[in-house]
Structures are given as C-alpha cells and as structure tokens.
Ligand binder design. Structure first.
Ligand code: AMP
Ligand code: DBH
Length: 550
C-alpha cells in the first residue's frame, strides 16, 4: 500500500532519471551509503550525547524493527512532534525504513495544527512528547483522544517522557502506551522503504487558504535536492553544522540542512533554540563551521557579537540566512561583524530552493535571494494575466522541476488554482529576476504573514476569529517590524466590550500555535472594501503602518 499523490508526467520523470537527478535510491541511503570502515565518525551531537554514523544506522534499524514488530505497516502514516534532538532523526530514518510515511509537525504547532494534520492523514501511529505544553497532564490525554478520532483503526501512541527520552530508553524501555514492551527479536524481514518514486514523507506548507496543507515528497525528489544542495554548499566530512532552526523544517532538513550534512559525512550539532546565548557557546565548543538562520535570529546574533565578550566564532565560515527577506543593510554586516561568509537561501517546502553561490560577487550575496539550485529548475515570472514579464520587472513566481511537487495532498480544488496546465506551481511570491537569473523577493501576493520566517495563513486566523460571538468582521494583515520583518495585526469589527486580551485568550483556547496570535488588535467601525467589495487589505496595511509610524 502506498500513499496516493500527484506524480510527475512520465516524460518529465524520464528526463529527470536520464539526467541522473533521480537515482532510484531511498532516503535511508543518506546513512546507509557510508563506508562501514568510516562509520565510527560522529554524525550527531545532542547536548552531552554523541551518535556515530554506525550508531545512527544500527539504532534506527532496531527502532524500525521494533515498530514493525509492533504492527506498523508500509504505507501507514505517522504524526510526529518532537523537539530538536537526535531522536527526531532516529525516528525519521526508522519510519522510512519501514515504509511508513510521517508528517513531522513543528514544535511550535499546537492542538489545532496537530488535529488538522491527523484529520488529513489518519495516522496509524502518534509520536508525541511531554516536552510540549499541549501534551501535559489531563489536556494531553484529552488531545490524544481527539487525535485518535481521526486515526486509522486503533492508532498506537509512542509517548516520550517529560524530557525527550534518552535514546537508550527509546530502545530498551520502548513500549506502547498499553505498557507492553516490544518484541524486538523480529527484524525487518519483508519490509523496506517505499519505492523511491513514491511518497517518503509529507512536508508542511505555510498555507494561505485557511487549511494547513501537506506536501508529498518522494525519495527521488527530496534525495536530489539534498545531494545537490550539499554539493552547492561544498559540504564534506569536515563540515560541522549547527541545527538551530526547527529540525523538521524544509530549510534545516534539506537546504542542505541535516540531511545534506549526513549525506556528506559531516557532523550535526543540535541546538534547542537559535538565540545567540545557546548558539555561540555551541559554536565555540564544537568548532561549528556552518549554521542556518532566519533574519530575526541574525539580528540577535549581530547584536550579541558586539556586546560583552562573546565566545569565539572563529570556526564559523558560512552562515545561511533565509525563510524571510533579509535586508541588504543586515546582509552586509555578516562578514565584518561575524567574520564569516553569508549565503542567502530562498526556498519553500513545496520544492524550489534558490541560493547565492559561495563565489558570487558581494553584490549578489547582499542584494538578491539567489538563483535556482538545479539547472533543471524552470522558472517563470508572470504578470496577473499570466504573461511572462521581462527581466527587471516584478511578477509572480512560478516553478517546475525535479524536486518541486505536483500537488498538495488531497486538495484537488486548491491544486487547480495553485498549478497551471503545464504543472508550474505558483509560489505566490512577487519577485524580480535579474539578467543573470538571480531572484529578488519584493513582496507577496498570497494572503500570508511572514513573521520572521514563521508563516501565518491570514484566512485560517480570520475564520477562527469569526467564530467568536462578539466578532462580526475580521482581517489579519502584516505590519512592518524592525526585528521580525513582519508582525500580525487583526482588524476587528466587534462588540464594544471586547478587548484585545479576550481575543488572544479566545485564540489560545482554540489551540492555535502561539506565533499565530495577533501581535496587535485594532477595533474599527467597518472594514474598508475594494471596488468589487473585497476587504481592502492594502488600505489596512497602510493604516496600521501610519498608526505605528513606520
Ligand atoms: P513555506 O511554503 O511555508 O515553505 O514558505 C515558503 C515561503 O517563505 C516562500 O514562498 C517565501 O514567501 C518565503 N521565503 C522563504 N525564504 C525566503 C527568503 N530568503 N526571502 C524572502 N522570502 C522567503
Ligand atoms: O521558508 C522556507 O520554507 C524555506 C527557506 C529556505 C525553505 O523551505 C527552504 C530554504 O528549503
């Protein structure tokens, strides 16, 4: 049984195979292809624990065997939520080995997001941790019951303790919720990863249509983006990468991220958060050579690098910044204040990733968001009528290629508008393309707020707000912010007694992730409308901009 998804047309698939982009290898080869004679090198450093390549391979195999022995079957889906720790990757590889297909929720996701994912995939296994506030005590039990309602059959629960279970415990003391220890004697006989041209796992979309959407990624397509990214970033066995952004995010997983480092034989150092207090110490202690950040974290790093006496960042040679627009003013400070090279990364969980190259002129590195990873990436910049615009002019970004997906999971209606007839995906970003093919992100067409790299679907929050009995109209818009780039402002037409704190409390009770709570609430008599009667969000953005005097 495999997970249904929209695949590439045969002619394109053949082209990608013939060109060597798709190699027919499972993602587990990222570990398994390493020479066993060199497998005792460190792969992951997580707090005081170190895992060699050999350990990662053996532990993920044993975990897979346990999961299979406990009844997990190929093609079944799994909902996972874990903090940044080595067990996340052990589990990821273990699930791939069994042919099970995970959705890896971000740690910031809350009840509402988890339920939306479970509803879409009907998971056979839930992997949750008490580390997460929504999972503590009685509310955690209630949430598991709710999640189970969407599960296929009797969903199993793998529940990590109040700190992520140490790996020894995962493997020796690992038990299902019913308390029965697993029979680990059975091995993986008869089970193997899904075929490489089928779904390996689901990535998550930032969304702009009110519903969190899932992105099927195949072994072939994801594996290619990992390998090509590792090569572009010149990773090798000496690379020591700091994983400070959420581990399952497409950026920190594959651009080139942890999977890229593991492919190249380097070391991944896990950080619990991207703040300078945590990260500088880890860079110093483990001689980190490369890190990936979003722009707000970069601002904090720049500030901290100047204050007191920071630990040495001397080992750091490459700093990637992406996920949201980086201002040229910040970009130019990276080499002088942090003493390392900058690389801009403009990507999306749907596929296409753009990078500035390591030997690019300074101007490109500071002023553009890079160019596509692959020579087979096809880019169109189009006007509202769908006509290509010439270089230098702003248009909407469309993409197609060997690692850009062909359809959201079970979202026929949305897919019909998100793709054109040739299979190009509309990212909703407004970009300008230079003569040499570099992209500059100048804005966004999609109804989304990019809060320092965390994407908020305006419609999702507006729909929730309209569920409050005292709210009659609601519009969520972005307002500029010095540190985060953007924050969210909710304009509400509501009963006079309603206060901003009630609004936030209400949304919290609905179980949305904290980063989606409006940073500001403005009460208004009526929402402005455009000529055709739509809510005039541009007018609201102008209004909040002048109110905040930006
Ligand atoms: P998602 O679909 O949630 O993976 O988010 C991808 C979106 O993040 C892109 O379509 C852009 O809107 C935004 N994004 C990612 N990287 C950058 C960047 N370097 N500069 C500007 N926007 C970015
Ligand atoms: O924001 C993103 O989704 C993103 C940013 C940089 C991404 O998916 C990526 C690189 O792969």
């Amino acid at each position: 049984m495999s997970v249904a998804f929209t695949c590439w047309p045969e002619a394109l698939a053949r082209r990608y195979r013939d060109a060597g982009y798709w190699r027919g290898q499972p993602l587990t080869d990222i570990l398994d292809a390493h020479d066993p004679r060199e497998a005792d090198r460190d792969a992951i450093v997580c707090a005081e624990r170190r895992f060699s390549y050999d350990q990662l391979i053996r532990l993920s195999r044993r975990l897979a065997a346990s999961l299979v022995a406990a009844g997990l079957r190929p093609g079944q889906t799994v909902l996972v939520q874990m903090p940044n720790c080595a067990e996340f990757y052990l589990l990821f590889f273990a699930l791939l080995r069994c042919g099970a297909v995970p959705v890896n929720a971000l740690f910031s996701h809350n009840r509402r997001e988890l339920l939306a994912f479970a509803e879409q995939i009907a998971p056979a296994l839930l992997v949750l941790t008490d580390d997460h506030p929504a999972m503590r005590g009685r509310q955690g039990t209630a949430l598991v019951d709710e999640l189970r309602r969407y599960a296929s059959g009797e969903a199993r629960l793998l529940h990590f303790g109040d700190r992520a279970l140490p790996v020894e415990k995962v493997l020796t003391d690992f038990r299902w919720e019913d308390g029965e220890p697993l029979d680990e004697s059975e091995c993986l006989n008869g089970f193997s990863p899904n075929p490489p041209d089928e779904v390996a796992f689901f990535q998550l979309s930032g969304g702009s249509t009110g519903l969190p959407k899932l992105i099927p990624r195949t072994h072939d397509d994801y594996g290619y983006s990992v390998r090509a990214s590792a090569e572009l970033c010149r990773l090798n066995v000496d690379t020591v990468f700091l994983c400070a952004l959420p581990a399952p995010h497409n950026y920190s997983l594959s651009s080139p991220g942890t999977l890229g480092i593991l492919h190249a034989g380097g070391v991944v150092v896990m950080a619990r958060d991207p703040g300078p207090a945590t990260c500088f110490e880890l860079i110093d202690r483990h001689a980190v050579t490369m890190a990936a950040l979003v722009p707000p974290a970069l601002s904090l790093w720049l500030e901290a690098a100047d204050s007191v006496r920071p630990p040495s960042l001397g080992s750091l040679s490459l700093l990637q910044v992406g996920g949201a627009r980086l201002s040229p003013a910040l970009a130019e400070q990276v080499p002088t204040r942090l003493g390392c090279r900058l690389q801009q990364v403009f990507g999306m969980a749907e596929g296409l990733v753009n990078y500035t190259r390591l030997d690019d002129d300074r101007w490109y590195v500071e002023n553009t968001q890079g160019r596509p990873l692959s020579p087979a990436d096809e880019i169109r910049v189009r006007d509202a009528e769908g006509r290509d615009v010439p270089p230098g002019e702003v248009g909407t970004l469309w993409a197609r290629g060997p690692y850009t997906f062909r359809g959201y999971y079970r979202a026929e209606a949305h897919n019909a508008v998100a793709f054109d007839v040739e299979g190009f995906y509309c990212s909703g970003d407004l970009v300008r393309r230079t003569d040499s093919g570099y992209l500059v992100v100048v804005g966004r067409e999609k109804d989304q707020i990019n809060r320092g790299g965390e994407k908020i679907d305006a419609l999702e929050i507006e729909d929730l707000l309209l569920g409050h009995p005292a709210i009659r109209q609601a519009a969520l818009v972005a307002m500029p912010d010095e540190v985060l780039g953007e924050r969210s402002c909710a304009f509400l037409v509501a009963d006079a007694r309603l206060r901003a704190v009630d609004v936030r409390r209400f949304l919290r009770r609905e179980g949305v992730a904290d980063f989606k709570l409006p940073d500001r609430v403005e009460f208004i008599d009526d929402l402005p409308r455009t000529a055709v009667g739509k809510i005039d969000k541009a007018a609201l953005r102008r209004r909040i901009c002048s109110a905040a005097a930006c």
